[in-house]
Design a protein around this ligand. Structure first.
Ligand SMILES: NC(=O)c1ccc[n+]([C@@H]2O[C@H](COP(=O)([O-])OP(=O)(O)OC[C@H]3O[C@@H](n4cnc5c(N)ncnc54)[C@H](O)[C@@H]3O)[C@@H](O)[C@H]2O)c1
Length: 325
């Protein structure tokens, strides 16, 4: 392990508090040196909770510090590109919440800039780091469920965002439940089943008056596989489950529960969990990659591809036609 990695967090809201700050606190060889948030109170609350010595209202001051090696970007979607670019230009490694930008061109530009500046740009595709999804992937690779044919994901985070919430402002969010939750579910199709060739999507606002969708359904085609992906803010019951069905059985990942497997003609049975590490494992991986100058397991391009699927899904929903990738 190299010297201690000094980290800054930009955006001190829900995901910074739930995943990034605790992740750095647990990661060996990392310390959070500063937090920046346009809302200084939030920066102070997060800093106090994690013993962080420095807070800023202006993220550019944080980036000017030469003693900060890496940053997490946890701001609203539309600000990621600006914040990531500034961090890269300041020579910081970047762990960026998704989408890393609202447009594919901007994503590619950020990737090029990170390469040119010799820093890591890692997309926070956190589900890929959950022990359950890794275990499910190994089960599929072992042949236990036969040839994987069908994927079903249900991601729901019931919330009625306030009218002032950036999530319901399309200019700040880029969309509703589809870009918020569907992006991660679509990415998991790629993680488990491989490349996507077409997407057919339907989106709607079923509860409330938000100018962005609170429900989306996508049918995706892959190489010999199909998927059905639901993403919703509406309804009262949260969900974060993935089923993969193959010629000889199925595997089920349901957040917070052990992975289950099912053979032809048998019921679902839990399988012993190899570890309890949740998606926060992503932060430890980012720290290790920064310290060892190693390429992250999940390259920045994976973030671009996840956004490409989301944008194709929005286009499909608008036109009422499948969209090729
Ligand atoms: N909350 C989750 O469960 C979750 C999960 C996965 C990904 N994400 C992603 O993380 C990002 C942040 O989401 P969140 O839920 O934490 O949002 P949030 O609204 O809770 O937090 C965002 C924070 O960014 C701050 N901010 C706004 N403009 C800023 C600026 N110019 N400079 C510095 N700070 C600024 C806000 O004051 C706020 O504290 C989003 O891209 C979201 O999609 C969130």
């Amino acid at each position: 392990m190299g010297r201690t990695l000094s980290v800054g967090i930009i955006g001190a809201g829900a995901i910074a508090a739930a995943r990034h700050a605790p992740g750095y606190e647990r990661a060996p060889g990392a310390e959070i040196l500063a937090v920046a948030d346009a809302n200084l109170d939030r920066a102070e609350v997060l800093a106090k909770k994690h013993g962080v010595p420095i807070v800023y209202q202006d993220y550019r001051e944080l980036l000017r510090r030469t003693d900060i090696d890496a940053v997490s970007i946890c701001t609203p979607n539309a600000l990621h590109a600006e914040h990531a670019l500034a961090a890269i230009q300041a020579g910081k490694h970047v762990l960026c919440e998704l989408p890393i930008a609202l447009g594919l061109g901007e994503c590619r530009e950020l990737i090029q800039m990170a390469r040119a500046h010799g820093v890591l740009l890692m997309p926070a595709l956190a589900e890929r780091f959950s022990a359950a999804h890794r275990q499910a992937r190994e089960i599929v690779a072992s042949g236990q469920i036969g040839r994987p044919l069908f994927f079903r994901a249900s991601f729901a985070s019931p919330r009625s965002p306030a009218a002032s919430d950036w999530r319901v402002d399309p200019a700040l969010s880029g969309g509703g439940a589809l870009i918020d939750l569907g992006l991660h579910a679509l990415d998991l199709f790629r993680f488990h089943m491989g490349a996507v060739s077409t997407v057919l999507a339907d989106t709607g606002t079923l509860a409330g008056e938000a100018p962005v969708e609170d429900a989306a359904v996508c049918v995706v085609h892959g190489d010999g596989a199909r998927g059905c992906i639901e993403a919703r803010w509406c309804g009262a019951v949260p969900a974060r489950s993935v089923e993969i069905h193959g010629t000889a059985g199925g595997v089920l990942v349901d957040a917070g529960k052990p992975v289950h497997v099912c053979g032809a003609g048998t019921g679902w049975e839990p399988v012993a969990a190899p570890s309890t590490e949740g998606p926060a494992g992503i932060v430890a991986h980012f720290v290790a990659c920064c310290q060892q100058a190693a390429e992250p397991e999940v390259a920045a391009e994976e973030g671009t591809r996840a956004l490409e699927l989301v944008l194709a899904a929005y286009d499909s929903a608008r036109r009422g036609q499948p969209r090729q990738i």
